[in-house]
Design a protein around this ligand. Structure first.
Ligand code: NDP
Length: 266
């Protein structure tokens, strides 16, 4: 039988490229888990994914209620779950003030980490029940959250501190909007969220790999300097970043190549 894979944030960039690459193998039915239904449908059409190889299901990771609803809707579809790719993310490097999810958590950590954490937790049983030979849960990480890399040492560096902001609810009222309890910094919040993503996979591996046979991993796709991730950045950055990555750091990869890489680990 065909495998079923859920990809979050498959309406653009890496998620869309991965959806296309997996659908084209003919071995996967791709569930595009997206917050904007129409955008996702149009995106699938624009890259030529054929109708029988995908479905779009609504998922807004910035609302834990929506995550729960998504898991219910997926279960009601009656499909088995063979792979889950947590790809969606927001990056708000120029934000001066924090913004918040439906439940009042700072938006980058709320979306990238908390939303995916709940999704992964809820769908773990479904993955466990799959009879597919290679069951996988992959989260897209980033070297920017990793201080043993060059990019990870560009300030502000990721740092979760003693987690006091997270413990306090990340709501900017009783607690800081930042995990370490410090002042809000959008670029740092993104890096912190990616550290959480990577730690989540390490911990899932430790707790559940042996018992479930599921492979848990995080993957850095390379610098895909052209995606919508940088949409909130200043125009000069958006102009110079792709050539900088292409010719100076040589870390640049195209959306297509990065999508192929992510598809390969499935
Ligand atoms: P894009 O901005 O193109 O894609 C992000 C996707 O996430 C979009 O489909 C977006 O939906 C979706 N999304 C955002 N918020 C939510 C939400 N609340 N609920 C559901 N979906 C949401 O960026 P990329 O393709 O570059 O990013 C994909 C992944 O790759 C991210 O995890 C990012 O951290 C990671 N990454 C990217 C790198 C790069 O160089 N680009 C480098 C390292 C890692 P919508 O279309 O509706 O906006």
């Amino acid at each position: 039988r065909k495998g079923t894979v859920i990809i979050t944030g498959a309406s653009s960039g890496l998620g869309l490229a991965t959806a296309k690459a997996l659908a084209e193998t003919g071995e996967w039915h791709v569930i595009m888990a997206c917050r904007n239904f129409l955008k996702a449908e149009k995106a699938a059409k624009s890259v030529g994914i054929t109708k029988e190889n995908y479905s779009v299901m609504h998922l807004d990771l910035a609302s834990l209620e929506s995550v729960r609803q998504f898991a219910d809707t997926f279960r009601r579809s009656g499909r088995p779950l063979d792979a889950l790719v947590c790809n969606a993310a927001v990056y708000l490097p120029t934000a001066k003030e924090p913004t918040y999810t439906a439940e009042g958590f700072e938006l980058s950590v709320g979306t990238n980490h908390l939303g995916h954490f709940l999704l992964a937790r809820l769908l773990l049983d479904d993955l466990k029940q799959s009879d597919y030979p290679y069951k996988r849960l992959i989260i897209v990480g980033s070297i920017t959250g990793n201080t043993n890399t060059l990019a990870g040492n560009v300030p502000p560096k990721a740092n979760l501190g003693d987690l006091r902001g997270l413990a306090g609810g990340l709501n900017g009222i009783q607690s800081s909007a930042m995990i370490d309890g410090g002042d809000f910094d959008g670029a740092k919040a993104y890096k912190d969220s990616k550290v959480c993503n990577m730690l989540t996979m390490q911990e899932f591996h430790r707790r559940y790999n042996e018992e479930t046979g599921i492979t848990f991993a995080s993957l850095y796709p390379g610098c895909i300097a052209t995606t919508g991730l940088f949409r909130e950045h200043i125009p000069l950055f958006r102009l110079l970043f792709p050539p900088f990555q292409k010719y100076i750091t040589k870390g640049y990869v195209s959306e297509e190549e990065a999508g192929g890489r992510l598809a390969q680990v499935n």
